[in-house]
Design a protein around this ligand. Sequence first.
Ligand code: ATP
Ligand code: MG
Length: 646
Amino acid sequence: MSDQKIYPVNPQIAASAHIDSANYQRLYQQSINEPETFWAEQATEFLDWHKPWQEVLQYDYPKGEIHWFKGGQLNVTVNCLDRHLEKRGDQVALIWEGDDPSHDRKLTYRDLHTQVCQFANVLKANGVQKGDRVCIYLPMIAEAAIVILACARIGAVHSIVFGGFSADALRDRVIDADCRLLICADESYRGGKVVHSKLNVDKAANQCPNLNTIIVIKHTGHDIPWTAGRDICYHEAMQTASTDCEPVMMDAEDPLFILYTSGSTGQPKGVLHTTGGYLLYAAMTHKYVFDYQEGDVYWCTADIGWITGHSYVLYGPLCNGATSLMFEGVPTYPHPDRFWQVIDKHQVNIFYTAPTAIRALMAHGDDFVTRTKRSSLRILGSVGEPINPEAWEWYYQVVGSKRCPIVDTWWQTETGGILITPLPGSTPLKPGSATLPFFGVKPAILDPDGNLLEGEAEGVLVLTYPWPGQARTIYGDHARFVDTYFAKFPGYYFAGDGARRDADGYYWITGRIDDVLNVCGHRLGTAEIESALVLHDLVAEAAVVGFPHPIKGQGIYAYVTLNVGIEGNSSLKGELKDLVREEISAIALPDLIQWAPGLPKTRSGKIMRRILRKIAANEFHDLGDTSTLADPSVVEQLIANRLKLP
Ligand code: ATP
Ligand code: MG
């Protein structure tokens, strides 16, 4: 398809970038040839250590054992806060932008440090000790940063559960991590609507026998039910808490947090990340992937309930002393220009969001974008799903006014940080390709039998060598960790995604392995067909799945969402088929095209193809785990209008 199209590196960006293409080549080679020397140098450059490590790396992939910087000691908050105080105590660390455009707030590094210490003391006063798990169920409010870092200050392991999850989803995660203390808000705002956080917590807590303390942050200030003896008011507790709190020194391999994956493919896994390697990897990727420069205002729109929020709203940026923007709201409220308004308001230089948001905003037309300035923008980023070339072009041309390189970053909850990505000053861009590996990352492509493929190839994406940000286990289930990531292709980390490597060595994520279609013996990735459909001017979004076909084995079922206000008809279906025929081949033609007013998505905005597959296969009585589904009514609507072969 569009792999012919190349955007050369913007010379202006390259001139001031940390990494230009010569640097990339040199450092990448060093990181691969002498990884331990490379990572030791980076760990010294990026982090302050209380005690040096004894060994850089020790690992045994078949056993799922990975240790970085063993014996080294540090504290994450010393690195994210204390060490910045002297030079940038009065610099803004966090800009908070509320759901309501008239609400905002700024916290300097000193403010943040003070309040983190105070809340760490509140945690201690409530019996929380190093190694205890603390559940955080919060909206995107500034206090979220405070309580997260307070856990890290005293070595408590946080488990953040996305604030939009239901009581049942929350209950399962509290029980799985055996959290005794939970922090929540009274309520929160999302797109002008009130979310009843505390009510959800009460419902969940009734079914979590070990959860005995709930600290409640007042956000809307409305009246909420209160359980005396269990519930504690955040603000009252903070008032009497001391602002001094010695950081607890952690071993590099002590756990920092547990985080449940988004749940696109099934039962969520409690991914465990540790201290030293994770922080190093988050900080280093933040600096180089976004070419973060001193004084930049940096905005990652991800929720702190996802790994992107952990690594690129908080840990990476704060470790680098950046100003990070935290947004409570949604891209379409009060109007579909909100992102661009916020960029102008706070003069954002670096902007990182997800394809789902880009596609949704694109469907509202260009005017919402072009009526804003966006002149502060320098770098754009994308994460979460393959970005269709059509959406990439719109992001580049319209949002970035053809000035800003797009970093399409491929990574996972389990990888802790970005693995495959362009670097703004060094990588020529191809729309739809995540391009090249980051330092120290060694991707490879295997055939389904596990044979290593060289050169141009398409198959299963694996990583052949550890990197410091890698997850260490699945909490409470190491066997599942080994089984999921290390058993299928021994000696490799198996990501679960498919990829193609082109003649320039660029990687193109083709979708999840489980989603690969097999039509008349041809293996087809979902991403490519979807991208062809999205090329049509009237199409906002598309999802493609296989379904049992009497002749072909597997047929292709396409769910297509049209732009706001557009009605589907049969001639449009014909045009879509023509597009697929031209862009890919007649083999990839959808057998059935269903107009979908909405697609089932996870709360993090990813299309849940496993549900679409069930609907296409007529198996909607058993949809599997739907607890992470954002809007169940979408599914009912799709089932009602399901198509069958004539
Ligand atoms: P679960 O593992 O529970 O099914 P999930 O995989 O959606 O959920 P995440 O860890 O948030 O949870 O998502 C990682 C996945 O998202 C990757 O494996 C990949 O499929 C997809 N992804 C992320 N970034 C990109 C990208 N830039 N290009 C293509 N795919 C991406
Ligand atoms: Mg996954």
